[in-house]
Design a protein around this ligand. Structure first.
Ligand SMILES: Nc1nc2c(ncn2[C@@H]2O[C@H](COP(=O)(O)OP(=O)(O)OP(=O)(O)O)[C@@H](O)[C@H]2O)c(=O)[nH]1
Ligand SMILES: C[C@H](OP(=O)(O)O)C(=O)O
Length: 215
């Protein structure tokens, strides 16, 4: 089956929730590294990619559409252009694999969806994208389930650690350091001096070599 992946991406001043440990320039490089991981998985799954970018951006393996309106408006504009099944996948889930994506697109339902932690939505696969409407932010998983029902879509909810792990906060970096073997995002963190550390209660966190800190 031919399908297309839509990857929203903010190349300028992204991941502000990581400002406590990364400068703007570093956040831009890190967001770009996570994007590379996502594009690699998308391409390996046999899917072509379009980046829906807030600012001008170039990528050798993806088409780019620059859309300056808010995220949901930009996605809904894009969904209206599709004549084939579509995947909406966020650029901050670097642990995703091609096999994970194939699991989504093999669904027998009209739509498959991967929740993010805290009520969000990390990936949606739509056989009829033009009928759907995206509603990210807040408890978007519930909103997307309701919209699917309004559209009359059958839905498969996919439970996957790798796809549910979106990287928003400092604590999330642990998952890349532990599970991100071979990923550009892990390479970036390691080359920037990040490593895992245990606190006095044995909980796993991240630390950064003070010599690598640009803040
Ligand atoms: N096209 C587009 N993509 C966006 C926009 N805001 C975020 N994104 C992308 O949507 C995905 C999820 O966004 P967030 O987790 O909120 O990322 P973020 O806005 O960079 O992070 P914070 O500043 O920490 O909220 C990522 O792939 C972002 O690059 C936007 O306004 N337009
Ligand atoms: C844009 C997206 O929204 P959510 O998944 O929280 O609805 C996100 O912040 O990852």
């Amino acid at each position: 089956m031919y399908f297309h992946a839509l990857i929203p991406f903010k190349p300028v001043n992204p991941k502000t929730r990581l400002s406590c440990i990364l400068t703007q320039e570093e956040r831009e490089a890190f967001a770009r590294a996570m994007l590379e991981d996502v594009i690699a998985a998308v391409q390996k799954s046999g899917c072509s990619a379009t980046l829906l970018c807030t600012h001008s951006f170039k990528h050798e393996n993806a088409l780019v559409a620059v859309r300056t309106e808010p995220l949901n408006d930009a996605i809904n504009w894009a969904l209206g252009q599709f004549h084939c099944p579509a995947l909406i996948i966020m650029a901050d889930i670097p642990l995703v694999t091609a096999g994970d994506i194939q699991r989504l697109i093999r669904t027998e339902k009209d739509m498959s969806i991967v929740p993010g932690r805290g009520g969000g939505t990390n990936i949606i696969f739509l056989k009829k994208p033009r009928c759907f409407r995206a509603d990210y932010y807040g408890a978007s998983f519930l909103d997307h389930m309701r919209i699917a029902e309004e559209c009359g879509f059958s839905v498969e909810v996919i439970d996957s650690f790798r796809m549910s792990t979106d990287i928003d906060e400092k604590e999330d970096l642990v998952e890349i350091l532990i599970h991100g073997k071979g990923r550009k995002s892990r390479e970036y963190l390691e080359s920037s001096g990040f490593s895992i550390v245990l606190d006095e209660k044995g909980r796993v966190g991240v630390q950064r070599d003070p010599h690598e800190e640009a803040l």
